[in-house]
Design a protein around this ligand. Sequence first.
Ligand code: GTR
Length: 323
Amino acid sequence: MKTLTAALLATAAMATAATACERTLRSSDTHPEGYPTVVAVQEMGKLLEERTGGRLCIEVFPSAQLGEEKDSIEQTQFGVIDMDRVSMGPFNNIVEETQVVSLPYIFRSVEHMHHVMDGPIGDEILAAFEPHDLIGLAYYDGGSRSFYNSERPINSMEDLKGMKFRVMQSDIFVDMVGALGANATPMPYGEVYSSIQTGVIDGAENNWPSYESSGHFEVAKYYTLDQHLIVPEVLVMSKKTWDSLSAEDQAAVRQAAKDSVPIMRDLWAAREKESEQKVMEAGVQLVTDIDKTPFIEAMKPVYQKYVTSDKLKSLVERIQATE
Ligand code: GTR
């Protein structure tokens, strides 16, 4: 009887919690529960619920439950999904301005990326989402991305020759890998593990937390810190959803998204260390002393191919001029 009463009370409590929200926004993420981006959006949801008195809540659907990034972006444009937390990479073919922050070695460091994205250039790129039925809300950290593979340690650009790497679905990354003498295969994140395991590809490239949480380190133990990309991640809302909100709630969404950024950065810094430790303990063979100069040199044709319009040229110049 006691257990039954407890169970009933728990059900009642859940029902109250569920009805406490007038509207629950569905947010997509490719990463699993507990990953910094997932937790940051959940924290944003708490702020939003509190500040709107329960008018708005957020439910995060982790582990690509609502689809892989390319598809979830489309669904968000259509308004089927309310919010999406994605890397800027998969936006390259939709929002031209995102190409500049996806160029290899455009940022000198994570600090440089923060200075750019926290300032007017970041705001300009966020605003560029709107004509594509999306509202850019905030940027999250994605560390720096480096190559890993199942075959051999990469000590120089020479070692990459002929290898096959998965890249995010963006032409820039295909050309980036090609310029390094390797072959690129764009594919959804969720297919990478088995593709490495079965030898369809030799490896991929990512940051410490993704390399760890995806389990890729189990099938590709050679990791070289060439740090070719520092791509920020972005949280967007469907313009359809946005337009259905009052001005007051729109402001609350913007503010809560903004307030989730420092939370995310703290979570990220901690997770980078934890992930590094975990994969190293699992036997990952790390190369850190790699000369990046030839890598940077090799990217010239990629810049020439993509930075052609005045808009992008100006953005690149202003990013490079930012301290
Ligand atoms: C991660 C990023 C994801 C996704 C993934 C990928 O670092 O957080 O949004 O883009 O990389 O490589 O597909």
